[in-house]
Design a protein around this ligand. Structure first.
Ligand code: NAD
Length: 491
C-alpha cells in the first residue's frame, strides 16, 4: 500500500518531538510480522534515550506555559475536533500502520478508528464546559474551586489497541490544557507515531503532544521523571506495580493504571442462546483474546450447559479455520498473537493445563507459518489451575457450571481481578442484581467488551487505579484549587 500521509519511505521516521520527526539516540527497534515470523521491512526506528526524554519534557514544559496556556477551552475544543477529522480522513493509513507490526487484522483495527475519533470529539465538547465550583459567603468568605491542569503528563500504552489508548489518555489531557508525552508499546508504535504527526497537522502548538518510542526502560524514564506530573498507564498488572513504585520514589506524580483482567461471563438458562453464543465467543476470541476485558471465565447454568458448550465448540472450530490469513487482507478476521514471546506464553498456559485435562476444543499446535493459536476451551479446570486463575491474554476460555444465582456470583467474584464481566439473561431484575453483585468496573448485560467515551472504564482490585473516559477522566488530569475570598463588606 502507498501511504498518502507519509511520503518518506512510507513510514513514521523517528520520535515525534516538538512537532518534528527527530531520530532517537537509542538502539533501533525491530518488528516481526507475527503472521509469518519474518522481520517487517521498514526503515530503522531508534528508541529514546534519557537525553531524548529530557528534551521531550523540556518541550512539553515550554508548551505548557507558552502559547498553549493562552488557548481558551473553545479553541482547544476546535483543535480536538480538527484532529478527529484528520483521523477519519487518514483512517486507512492509520489502520495499516497499526496492523503492520501487531498482526492485528486490519478489519479489526479499522472498526476501532471511528471510536478513537469519537473520543477526541467527546472531550472537545468538554474543553469549554469543565467548570469549577463556587460557594456563597454565608461564613464570610466566597469560595471558588478551580480545576487546574496538572502540567506535563505521560501516557504509557499496551499494543493491543494502541490508538484507542492514545485517545483515552490524550483527549482528556489536552481538553483540560495539559501537555502529554505518549510512549506506545515497542511492539507496535507506528500508528501512534502517525497520530503524533496528525496532531501537528491539526494545528496544536509544538510540544503539546509528543510521541517517544522504546521498551520498558523508556517507560521507566517517564514514570520516574522528576518533571512529569502525571502518568497514565495501560498494560499488565506487573508493570503497573513498577510504574506506581517509580512514581512514588520520584516526585509522587499522579498515577492512573488500566491493568489486566480475568473477567467472568455468567450465562443463565433463560438467556437468548444465539446472541449469547455470539457475545461469549467474541468476548474471548475477538483480537485473538488479546483484550484486557476478555471474558475468559465462563459460568453456565447446569440445565443448558451441554447444549451451550457444544454450540460454543462449533463456533470456535469455525473461527480456527480462519487461521493463517494475512492480517493486512480485509477478509481476515482472526489473527496471530503479537509475537513469539506471547505465543510461547499462551502455549505454556495451554500445555500446563493439558497435564490435568484435555481441552474440549483447540489446544493443538498450529502447523503453518506464524504465531497462530486456535481458540481453546478447558471444561471444569481445578480451582487452583494457572489457566483458571491468571490472565492468559490469548484465546483460552475456562468454563464451569453452576446451579444457583448465588453460586454463579461466588464463582464470578473468586478472582483477584475486577476489570469487567457479563451477565446473560432475559430477566431484567436478575440482570441488575447480578451486575451489581459482580465486583468489576464494567458489566455487560447480554453483551461483552463494550466501551464508549461517555462512560468510565477501569478496574476494581488488581485491575487498576482510577478511570478513563467520561467526566471521570477529567478529574485525573486536573488539580482542584480552592480560593477563599474574604467578604469585607459583610464584616
Ligand atoms: P506490558 O505491561 O508488558 O507493557 C505495557 C507498556 O509498558 C509498554 O509500552 C511497555 O514498554 C511499558 N513498560 C514495560 N516495562 C515498564 C517499566 N518498568 N516501566 C514503565 N513502562 C514499562 O503490557 P503489554 O504486554 O503491552 O499488554 C498486555 C497487558 O495490558 C495485559 O495484561 C492486558 O490486560 C493489559 N491491558 C489493560 C487494558 C485496560 O484498559 N485495563 C487495556 C489493554 C491491555
Amino acid at each position: 500500500m502507498v501511504s498518502k500521509l507519509f511520503t518518506v519511505d512510507d513510514c513514521p521516521s523517528g520520535l515525534f518531538l516538538n512537532n518534528e520527526w527527530i531520530p532517537g539516540e537509542g538502539e533501533p527497534l525491530r518488528f516481526t510480522n507475527s503472521a509469518d515470523g519474518e522481520l517487517v521491512d521498514i526503515p530503522p526506528l531508534h528508541t529514546a534515550t534519557a537525553s531524548d526524554i529530557d528534551k521531550a519534557v523540556s518541550y512539553a514544559q515550554a508548551a505548557f506555559t507558552g502559547e498553549w496556556s493562552t488557548f481558551s477551552g473553545e479553541k482547544r475544543g476546535l483543535l480536538l475536533h480538527k484532529l478527529a477529522d484528520l483521523i477519519i480522513e487518514h483512517a486507512e493509513e492509520l489502520a495499516y500502520f497499526e496492523s503492520r507490526c501487531s498482526g492485528i487484522p486490519i478489519s479489526f483495527v479499522r472498526r476501532g478508528i471511528p471510536s478513537m475519533a469519537s473520543v477526541f470529539r467527546y472531550y472537545a465538547g468538554w474543553a469549554d464546559k469543565y467548570k469549577g465550583d463556587y460557594f456563597p459567603p454565608t461564613d464570610g468568605f466566597y469560595k471558588i474551586v478551580e480545576h487546574e491542569p496538572i502540567g506535563v503528563c505521560a501516557g504509557i500504552t499496551a499494543w493491543n489497541a494502541s490508538l484507542l489508548f492514545l485517545a483515552w489518555k490524550s483527549a482528556p489531557a489536552l481538553a483540560t490544557g495539559n501537555t502529554i508525552i505518549i510512549k506506545p508499546s515497542e511492539k507496535s508504535p507506528l500508528g501512534t507515531l502517525a497520530v503524533g504527526y496528525l496532531v501537528s497537522k491539526a494545528g496544536f502548538p509544538p510540544g503539546v503532544l509528543q510521541v517517544v518510542i522504546g521498551e520498558g526502560l523508556t517507560g521507566h524514564l517517564l514514570s520516574s521523571h522528576m518533571k512529569i506530573n502525571k502518568v497514565s498507564f495501560t498494560g499488565s498488572t506487573t508493570t503497573g506495580r513498577k510504574i506506581q513504585d517509580a512514581a512514588t520514589k520520584s516526585n509522587l506524580k499522579r498515577v492512573t493504571l488500566e491493568l489486566g483482567g480475568k473477567s467472568p461471563a455468567v450465562v443463565f438458562d433463560d438467556a437468548d442462546m444465539q446472541k449469547t453464543l455470539f457475545w461469549c465467543s467474541f468476548g474471548i476470541t475477538g483480537n485473538t483474546g488479546q483484550v484486557c476485558a476478555a471474558t475468559s471465565r465462563l459460568f453456565v447454568q447446569e440445565t443448558i450447559a451441554e447444549q451451550f458448550v457444544n454450540s460454543l465448540k462449533e463456533s470456535f472450530q469455525a473461527i480456527a479455520e480462519g487461521m493463517g490469513g494475512d492480517p493486512l487482507n480485509p477478509a481476515t478476521t482472526y489473527g496471530p498473537v503479537i509475537d513469539k514471546l506471547q505465543y510461547d506464553r499462551v502455549s505454556e498456559f495451554i500445555q500446563t493445563a493439558k497435564h490435568d485435562l484435555a481441552p474440549a476444543v483447540g489446544g493443538e499446535v498450529y502447523r503453518g507459518k506464524g504465531y497462530y493459536i486456535p481458540p481453546t476451551i478447558f471444561l471444569n479446570p481445578p480451582e487452583d489451575a494457572k489457566v483458571y486463575r491468571e490472565e492468559v491474554f490469548g484465546p483460552v476460555l475456562c468454563i464451569k457450571t453452576f446451579k444457583t444465582e448465588a453460586e454463579a456470583i461466588q464463582l464470578a467474584n473468586d478472582t483477584d481481578y475486577g476489570l469487567a464481566g457479563s451477565v446473560y439473561t432475559q430477566d431484567l431484575k436478575r440482570a441488575l442484581r447480578v451486575s451489581r453483585a459482580i465486583r468489576g468496573g464494567t458489566i455487560g448485560v447480554n453483551c461483552a467488551s463494550v466501551v464508549g467515551p461517555q462512560v468510565p472504564m477501569g478496574g476494581f482490585k488488581l485491575s487498576g487505579v482510577g478511570r478513563e473516559m467520561g467526566e471521570y477522566a477529567l478529574r485525573h488530569y486536573t488539580e482542584p484549587k480552592s480560593i477563599w475570598i474574604s467578604n469585607y463588606s459583610a464584616a
